[in-house]
Each structure stands twice: as C-alpha cells, then as structure tokens.
Design a protein around this ligand. Structure first.
Ligand SMILES: Cc1cc2nc3c(=O)[nH]c(=O)nc-3n(C[C@H](O)[C@H](O)[C@H](O)COP(=O)(O)O)c2cc1C
Length: 307
C-alpha cells in the first residue's frame, strides 16, 4: 500500500481527496450513504452571517462537459450552522474545512470569531470568489483581498485558506492573500459563464451569469495551480476544478496541489469520489510509487515517468 497521508496546515489528512465547498452540502446526506473516512476532508457549503435563501430557479443549467450553477450561497446562517449542524459535522471521521463568506472585513471577522473556537472546525476557508452573488466578488482587487484576509486571520487561530477565482491568470490575488496571513490558497472557484434560451433569446439564468464547473474547466484549473505552485513553492494549495476521475487527481497533484478538491464529481458520481483514494493507492502501488509526496509538484521537478 502506498502512503497517501498528507500533512499540511498543521493537520494530517488521511488522503489528498477533499470534498469541495457546495455540492457536498454540509455532508449530512453523504454521511448516510458513504464512509467519510474515505476522503481526506469535507469542505462545508459556504456559511454567511445571516441565513440566505439563494437565487431563484433554475439554479443548475446543463453545459458541455459540466454544469452552470447559480445557487447563490443558500445556507442557514452562522448561528443555525453552529448550533444545529456543526455538532453533527464534528463527529465525521474526516477533517472539516468550514467555508465562510462575508460582505465586509468586519462580517468575516465576526464569522471567524464565532466559528473558530468550535470543535469540528479544523480549518477555515474564506470564499472570496463566488460568481453567483451580486456585487460581492471581493477577489477582483488585491487590496480588498488583503483587507478581508487580514480580518479573518486576526479573528481566528485556525489555519486559514482563501478561495480565489479562476478567471484571473495573474498571481496578484494569491500574493495578496498569502502576504495577509493565509496559510493556503484554494484554486479555483467556478468560472463565470452563461447560456441562452434559443426560443426566447434570453439568458437561461435569472442572474444571467452562473458558475461553470465540471470537466470543462480542468485544463484551466490545472494551469492556475501549476502557476501558483511555481510562484509559491512553500504554500499550501488545494487544486479544485474539473477533477472527476483518477487521472484528474494525478494531474492536479503533479501540477502542485497538496490536496485535490472535487465539486461537480460529487453530484455526478459520488460512488467514484469515495473510491478515488483507493484507486490512487492502486495506481501508485502498481507503478512503484510509495508516497503521494512523489507526485506532488512532480511537473516542476522533471516528472515521474511511469507507465
Ligand atoms: C452546486 C454547486 C455549489 C457550489 N457552492 C459553493 C460554495 O458554497 N462555496 C464555494 O466556495 N464554492 C462553491 N462551489 C464551487 C466548487 O467548490 C468548485 O470550486 C467549483 O465547482 C469547481 O470545481 P468542480 O469543477 O470540481 O466542480 C459550488 C459548485 C457547485 C457546482
């Protein structure tokens, strides 16, 4: 058996497979059908200070090799999350990354303060890149990124991850987040996209724009992770975007991800997601690779050269 244990953020993850924020919800339905010990971590749906109802239907629209989502950060709000959901999440046999988003640095600080002392919060992921809420895309501007991250950092002793958009190819946002105290970066969120109804000629989604995810975005996510690893060799990276099979996991690790997030795949084939760690183990063992560290960032070190 190969070693899949991944140590980063001061935590030990059983394997590098992470359920990305959103499609896994708060993990409760998945926990009824699957063994959460088969994944390295669950990231919760993003939690905001107040409850949010989310966007009008339709919220999911088909796209070639993926889906456009327009959920709009629907969640029960911080207090209900803390009182009703977190005690159940704390019992999950995996690491728990709690995703948060706020409208201002103060709101983010309040969320981080209320949540970071709770059992069941191993790390906090600050979502600065949701494409589905009006006027809130903090990660358009490095100065705002710095202010939000600093605020969350000062309010919480938990390891802080920052989730950035995939649209921007430059590394200014990641640099801003890391220099403001983030321990790691999550790349990428869903990419802004749209579809048009051919009979009305109008956008299919109420907000016109949605977030494209699924296999269609894998090459973009790989490039963003590859570039970030090259620029920040020591930072923690969670590579998310379009990974839907073992090959995608291996590619994301070789590009430089410490951990690999899966969103769309949890909706399209959850059975596969919970088998991926054991598939990775088999793939590595057959090829004589005994530790996942040999894959991580291999594309930057001359590759692995196995068949
Ligand atoms: C239905 C749905 C809901 C999502 N909700 C969130 C969310 O609440 N917070 C967040 O940071 N990302 C959210 N995402 C984005 C995913 O975490 C992920 O970054 C993106 O979908 C790209 O990965 P994928 O191609 O594996 O889905 C959501 C994605 C989908 C499909």
């Amino acid at each position: 058996m190969a070693t899949l244990t991944t140590r980063c953020l001061g935590l030990e993850f059983r394997n590098p497979i992470v359920l990305a924020s959103g499609p896994a919800g708060f993990g409760l339905e998945l926990a009824e059908r699957f063994d959460l010990a088969q994944v390295g971590a669950l990231t919760t749906k993003t939690v905001t200070l107040e409850p949010r109802a989310g966007n009008p239907q339709p919220r999911l629209v088909d796209a070639p090799c993926g889906v456009l989502n327009s959920i709009g950060l629907q969640n029960p709000g911080c207090d209900a999350f803390r009182e009703e959901l977190l005690p159940k999440i704390a019992a999950f046999p995996t690491k728990r990354i709690v995703s948060i988003a706020g409208r201002s640095p103060d709101e983010v600080a309040t969320l981080a303060t209320r949540l970071s002392g709770e059992p069941g919060v191993d790390a906090i992921e600050l979502n600065l890149s949701c494409p589905n809420v009006r006027g809130e895309t903090v990660a358009d501007d490095p100065g705002r990124v710095r202010a939000f991250v600093r605020s969350a950092r000062n309010a919480s002793a938990r390891p802080l991850l920052v989730k950035l958009p995939g649209e921007r190819g430059d590394l200014g946002l990641a640099e801003a987040a890391l220099s403001a105290g983030a321990k790691g970066i999550v790349l990428i969120n869903a990419l802004r996209g749209m579809r048009i109804h051919v009979e009305t000629g109008l956008p299919l989604l109420d907000r016109e724009v949605g977030g494209l995810c699924g296999p269609a975005i894998l090459p973009i996510a790989l490039e963003r992770v590859f570039a970030a690893r090259r620029a920040f060799p020591e930072s923690v990276l969670i590579g998310t975007g379009g990974v839907s099979d073992l090959r995608g996991v291996v590619e994301m690790l070789c590009a430089g991800a410490d951990l690999v997030g899966l969103g769309f795949a949890v909706m399209s084939d959850p059975n596969l997601v919970f088998r991926l760690a054991s598939e990775l183990d088999g793939w590595m063992t057959t090829r004589g690779i005994d530790d996942v560290r040999a894959l991580r960032g291999a594309a930057h070190r001359g590759g692995i050269h196995v068949r």
